[in-house]
Design a protein around this ligand. Structure first.
Ligand code: PEP
Length: 250
């Protein structure tokens, strides 16, 4: 059975004290017996502290990005090794905000994917079409190209370190969610696309998360779909009660 996962992307929210408080709130209310993996992604400056705070708990910590180089003259950037060195083993790559605001291309993402895998970081790889793509009926083509050009260069064995997050850009932070049927249709398409390239055992074992305005009141319906293995949560991950209600919905 595929692993169910709920991951909270805190983006550029929460200073050190606020991160500490939110993590404490999550830890104190989380059902420790839940089979769902629970991941939180604070900003870089708070990674070390939150990694320490969650050590030996059910909560895992992810970085929101990395730089593809091992080290060097890249002012303001953070390498995979630096992330590992503070006790963090997961990284989110390809988020639509990184693609849109920081010019991250599929080609660049292949390098970031390689840096993550070389450093034994698990990857939450994000992708998804824009509204114009869906309106013009190109959403399947766009998603297929993002996969082929961004991550299909990896070997089959590396998929054990990859979680996919389908996030239609038009649903991120907009309050507009893909319907459960739209999510299922795309997740099924993604799994079939992986099957064609890597075979059934890889396709059946990779967890595919849905992201885009998931809230406590719509999570259950979306997560009930057979190819939706959990969610990547933005806004609703900033309040422990909302985030944990979404975890419970799995
Ligand atoms: C996200 O940014 O990955 C996301 C899904 O955001 P939101 O839940 O706020 O739409």
């Amino acid at each position: 059975m595929r692993t169910k996962i709920v991951a909270g992307n805190w983006k550029m929210n929460k200073n050190l004290q606020e991160s500490h408080n939110l993590t404490l709130d999550i830890l104190s209310k989380l059902n420790a017996n839940s089979a769902t993996r629970v991941i939180i992604a604070p900003t870089f400056t708070n990674l070390h502290a939150v990694a320490n705070q969650t050590k030996n708990t059910k909560v895992e910590v992810a970085a929101q990005n990395l730089h593809q180089a091992d080290n060097g003259a890249f002012t303001g950037e953070i390498s995979a090794d630096m992330i590992k060195s503070v006790g963090v083993n997961i990284v989110i790559l390809g988020h639509s905000e990184r693609r849109a605001y920081f010019g991250e291309t599929d080609e660049l993402l292949t390098q970031k994917v390689n840096a993550a895998l070389t450093n034994d970081l698990e990857i939450i790889f994000c992708f998804g079409e824009e509204l114009k793509d869906r309106k013009s009926g190109k959403h399947f083509e766009v998603v297929e190209n993002q996969l082929k050009n961004g991550i299909f260069h990896i070997e089959a064995a590396a998929w054990k370190s990859v979680v996919l997050a389908y996030e239609p850009v038009w649903a991120i932070g907009t309050g507009e969610t893909a319907s459960p049927e739209q999510a299922q249709e795309m997740h099924d398409f993604i799994r079939k696309t992986i099957n064609r390239k890597y075979g059934k055992s890889v396709a059946d074992s990779v967890s595919i998360l849905y992201g885009g305005s998931v809230k406590p009141d719509n999570a259950k319906e979306i997560f009930s779909k057979p190819d939706v293995d959990g969610g990547l949560i933005g806004g609703a991950s900033l309040k422990a009660d909302d985030f944990l209600a979404i975890v419970d919905a799995v």
